[in-house]
Design a protein around this ligand. Structure first.
Ligand code: IFM
Length: 722
């Protein structure tokens, strides 16, 4: 990698929310937003925790932000020396993606320069470390206030019913109890080193440590902080665990150790693109995000759609993980791939409850999954900008393709690893319950033999409650067929497991019904031009252009879909739908359909979701259009680098990181530009690189072996590495 860091050297208040995402650090257990040390809730500072949620009153249930142990305030001769309070002389904010270290250097007009660096530890996921240096050009009276900021930013909070701040022997602690009774403990040990041996004053108040001292011109004072977070999900006594977690730790060795883990991760994942530094940085930056939110510490946990960047989308897990992020985890961190899939296996009870609540059989996975498979998706997920009224949305009840995404993830795991473990560890049960769900969802007209999936939402969320969405139908067919295949293999190769499963689920009589469903489920036949209708009646909708539809907006924040959105009665779609189908299930339609559908749907797609562009990029590569794929690839890879995305919906913050787009960029590199096909015979590459790329070097692992591939404009070489 030529460049290891991203940097911003301008300071504008308007960028605070965006930079909070762009400069995020994380270790799978927590994400710390890239805000500055003097920032609080108003600037969306947050330490977002994975897999622990709370609900306050009637608000949306969302993940917890912990009290922030990276908080600090600096006074010079009594004057607050902080952003945005003062306009800086110079300011640099940097994220070293190779080591996961966030840093800033701010020169204030009063001669003070503040430098900090911080990281979350990659081996011990509970640890947070910071070093701050204060330097002055003229002798100054400094007051450095350091504390754990328990004034936590929440979207639908407050989530702490109680918060106790304490101090014992210089160790600060914040102990919070949530509305749901969970406990979060944050402990922190600050220590200051100042030049000379003057008798300076240190006062440890309950909330903060206050260091007051005179700093001679040209000298530097240094504060180091080791902090630790535990929750009641980790241990029955989080406070003791956090207290002992900070003792006996040294900043320098923790930093070396954590950077070592990063180095190890990069050894297996870094991508080199000769001829395009910008793409190389954007892609590795995307991988940085996927690496920093990977639940390496857990056995069964998944990744939220906005990563660990905050509470947007209720910190919930969507189809994003299986369809967009999983490929990276499979190729780079197979244990993490297993962990996120186990999460679905372990949350099958929630999916069965959801199916039953709608009167269906089997497993209907949560559209927005929290722990235990609880569906956090509200029936009213959008607020109308004109009336302020909540709008009935149907993502939760009609986006039934989520269950197939879970199955597809399990199938990808087997295909890539050639390991049956997950089917045997509960995956087969998920598959059978998924097939049962889709079967119970089928309807037949009285005078027809064709089975249909009516009243659904496809991946294009703008068109609600449609019939026979091609994507959903083909995904359901895939599930029916796979259920037959996996059960057959289970019966012949693992007869004891098969019998045990049948004793539990009594599914055997249903196997022929799954097969029948696969045969009779309606297929959207391509029209005379080879174009597949997205759902019944889609071709009859107004064929307006994207610009026309956009021009009809009366308010830029208006929702485009639903009952009266500007796109709803037109052919304009939010995101890849038929194109997602053609990429994910390439055998569902003949290869001759690839080009006409790509050209038909591309101009009709708004890419209103960051999940969209990569599907078109992947299909463009299949069509030999690598240069056309390139801007779509960059759109995905730069989703968190360029800002300007939708950050606010009215008063609700909807920004955050976009790990699915990051994963989509990786998919485009691996399956698209490198043209990798991986089947039982092994790995084959048929690269087609954008014209200006000289070569791509990538590393990945499969079945315990490490590989390095180097692709050029004319071919690829792949070798096993040790
Ligand atoms: O899962 C996506 C969905 O496809 C589009 N809206 C946002 C969700 C979370 O990323």
């Amino acid at each position: 990698m030529h460049h290891h860091s991203i940097e911003a050297n301008t300071y504008e208040k308007e960028q605070i929310a965006d930079f909070g995402n762009r400069f995020l650090i994380g270790n799978g257990y927590m994400g710390v937003r890239g805000t500055l040390e003097e920032y609080g809730r108003e600037q969306l500072a947050a330490v977002n925790l994975a897999g622990i949620y709370d609900r306050f009153g009637d608000g949306w249930r969302e993940p917890l932000n912990a009290p922030n142990p990276f908080w600090m305030q600096l006074f010079t001769d009594g004057e607050l020396t902080a952003l945005p309070h003062m306009q800086p002389v110079s300011h640099v904010q940097r994220l070293d993606i190779h080591t996961g270290v966030h840093s800033r250097a701010t020169e204030f007009p009063n001669g003070i320069t503040l430098r900090t660096e911080r990281f979350v530890h990659m081996r011990n996921p509970h640890l947070l470390c910071m070093k701050a240096q204060v330097e002055t050009t003229c002798t100054a009276d400094i007051c450095l206030q350091y504390g754990i900021d328990a004034n936590v930013w929440d979207i639908h909070g407050p989530h702490y019913a109680e918060m106790t701040l304490n101090e014992t022997d210089g160790l600060l602690s914040a102990l919070g109890t949530t509305n749901e009774g969970d406990i979060v403990a944050v402990c922190s040990m600050p220590s200051l080193s100042i030049p000379g041996s003057r008798s300076d004053e240190t006062q440890t108040l309950k909330q903060k440590a206050v260091f007051s001292f005179t700093l001679p011109a040209g000298e530097t004072a240094e504060l180091t902080v080791i902090a630790c977070i535990y929750t009641s999900k980790d241990t029955p006594d989080p406070l003791s665990a956090a207290q002992s977690g900070v003792r006996g730790q040294y900043y320098r060795s923790l930093r070396t150790e954590s950077a070592g883990v990063w180095q190890e991760l990069w050894n297996h994942t870094e991508v080199g693109i000769d001829g395009d530094d910008e793409a190389e940085l954007a892609l590795n930056y995307s991988l940085y995000h996927l690496l920093s939110i990977a639940p390496r510490h857990a056995r069964s946990l998944s990744v939220p759609a906005r990563g660990l960047s905050g509470q947007t989308y209720k910190g919930a897990v969507f189809w994003d993980t299986e369809m967009f992020m999983l490929d990276f985890y499979l190729a780079a961190m197979p244990e993490v791939a297993k962990t996120v899939l186990r999460y679905r296996i372990d949350t099958i009870a929630g999916a069965k409850d959801k199916a039953a609540s709608y009167g269906y059989r089997g497993a209907f996975y949560a559209w927005e999954s929290q722990e235990g498979g609880i569906d956090a998706c509200s029936d009213y997920n959008v607020t109308d900008v004109f009336t302020g009224r909540k709008v009935r949305t149907y993502f939760r009840d009609k986006q039934i393709h989520i269950t197939a995404a879970v199955v597809y993830g399990l199938w990808k795991y087997e295909r890539w690893t050639r390991d049956w473990a997950l089917w045997l560890e509960g995956g087969a049960e998920v598959l059978i319950e998924a097939a049962r769900f889709y079967r119970s969802r089928l309807v037949r007209r009285a005078d027809s033999d064709i089975l249909e999936l009516r009243d659904v939402i496809g991946t294009d969320e703008y068109h609600e409650r449609v019939d026979n969405n091609a994507y959903t139908n083909e995904m359901a067919r895939f599930v029916f067929r796979l259920a037959g295949e996996v059960c057959e293999r289970l019966r012949s190769e693992h007869p004891a497991a098969y019998r045990a499963l049948d004793d539990k689920l009594a599914f055997e009589p249903e196997l022929p019904l799954f097969l029948e469903s696969a045969q009779k489920l309606k297929r959207q036949e391509p029209d005379a031009n080879g174009v597949i209708e997205q759902f019944d009646g889609y071709f009859g909708l107004e064929n307006a252009t994207l610009d026309e539809v956009k021009s009809r907006l009366k308010n830029p924040r208006e929702y485009w879909g639903g009952s009266c959105g500007v796109a709803s009665d037109t052919q304009i779609i939010k995101q890849a739908d038929v194109e997602a189908l053609l990429y994910l299930l390439p055998d569902a339609y003949p290869p001759s359909c690839a080009a006409p559908n790509y050209h038909y749907y591309l101009p009709r797609t708004e890419h209103g979701s960051s999940l969209s562009a990569c599907m078109y990029a992947l299909n463009a590569c299949k069509l030999g259009l690598a240069d056309e794929a390139y801007p779509l690839f960059m759109k995905s890879a730069r989703a968190d680098l360029q800002g300007g995305g939708k950050e606010w919906a009215g008063l609700v913050y909807i920004g955050g990181t976009h790990p699915a787009a990051a994963g989509g960029a990786y998919m485009t590199m691996l399956w698209g530009f490198l043209g990798l096909t991986a089947d039982t015979d092994g790995l084959r590459f048929s690269p087609q690189l954008p014209k200006h790329w000289r070569s791509v070097t990538a590393r990945f692992s499969r079945s315990g072996k490490q590989y390095e591939v180097k692709a050029t404009q004319t071919g690829a070489e792949c070798r096993e590495i040790v």
